[in-house]
Design a protein around this ligand. Structure first.
Ligand code: SF4
Ligand code: SF4
Ligand code: SF4
Length: 252
């Protein structure tokens, strides 16, 4: 063990895409490796430790009781915990089980002949442990990670204050509104902070930053119905955030 602050990167159920993005912030990764002792980072090293962590960055969501125990172990050994990416913040694809027939989902994924497990309530990791900072996206934006690591290196983490939806950023960029053109987009229901990445590049927002809690869900659901987008809305929202009450009502 060295005198450097100890950083651990951990994964519960997810696709490892967040870790991969973190591993590719190459502009600053070497500095990070130099200033911190990397206690855990399964994508980069084989031996990983949970002990005496100054900061733990977690991707994925807990889908089994063992993973909840693992999250608690990480929390109990860490001064600061960061939820990285859509899975860790809102459950992502795994949370579909919350609005589906659980038995049917398990049989579809694992097949009847395989040993199945009892799923736990799937959602963001803050369902199970206290989270100090959130970095959104699927995968998270490299610039957001770069900013976060720079702040981490400077010992002064100041999360981006985002209290608006994707539409605010989209309008600020003077993008034409896809919805007004009769096209699909869930930016109005989605937590901002990505600088309206998708609509700026001609693609609809599909909600990877999670549900924006101040959304006028009823009015927006009516609007999507008028446009004939109800089915698409359900399918898209089910991919990223089935954990909030409002989204459950739309998706079920
Ligand atoms: S948030 Fe996206 S990129 Fe990250 S682990 Fe989940 S599915 Fe993969
Ligand atoms: S294109 Fe999408 S994100 Fe942009 S203003 Fe319209 S609904 Fe909002
Ligand atoms: S526009 Fe929507 S889907 Fe695209 S990065 Fe931003 S939040 Fe994610």
């Amino acid at each position: 063990m060295t005198n450097k602050p100890r950083l651990g990167v951990f994964s519960v159920t997810g696709c490892f895409g967040c870790q991969l993005t973190l591993a590719f912030v190459e502009d600053i990764l070497l500095e990070l490796l130099d200033k911190f002792e990397i206690a855990a980072f399964p994508m980069l090293k084989q031996e990983n430790s949970y002990e005496n962590l100054d900061i733990a960055i977690i991707e994925g969501s807990a889908c089994r009781q063992e993973e909840i125990e693992e999250l608690k172990k990480i929390r109990n050994n860490s001064k600061i915990v960061v939820a990285l990416g859509a899975c860790a913040n809102s459950g992502s694809v795994q949370s579909i089980i919350e609005v589906s027939d659980k038995k049917q989902v398990m049989e579809t994924v694992y097949n009847k002949k395989y040993k199945q497990y009892n799923p736990v309530e799937v959602g963001g990791i803050d369902k199970h442990i206290k989270v100090d900072f959130h970095i959104y996206g699927c995968p998270p934006d490299k610039e957001d990670l770069l900013l976060f690591i720079k702040q981490l290196l400077a010992g002064n983490i100041k999360p981006k204050q985002v209290d608006y939806n994707v539409c605010v950023e989209c309008r600020a960029k003077a993008n034409p509104c896809l919805l007004q053109e009769g096209k699909f987009c869930v930016g109005a229901l989605t937590h901002g902070g990505c600088n309206a990445l998708c609509p700026t590049n001609g693609h609809y927002c599909f909600g990877c930053h999670g549900y924006w809690e101040d959304s006028n869900v009823e009015a927006l659901t009516e609007l999507f119905k008028e446009y004939g987008f109800d089915k698409q809305l359900k399918n898209i929202l089910a991919k990223f955030d089935c954990t909030s009450k409002q989204i459950k009502q739309i998706v079920k």
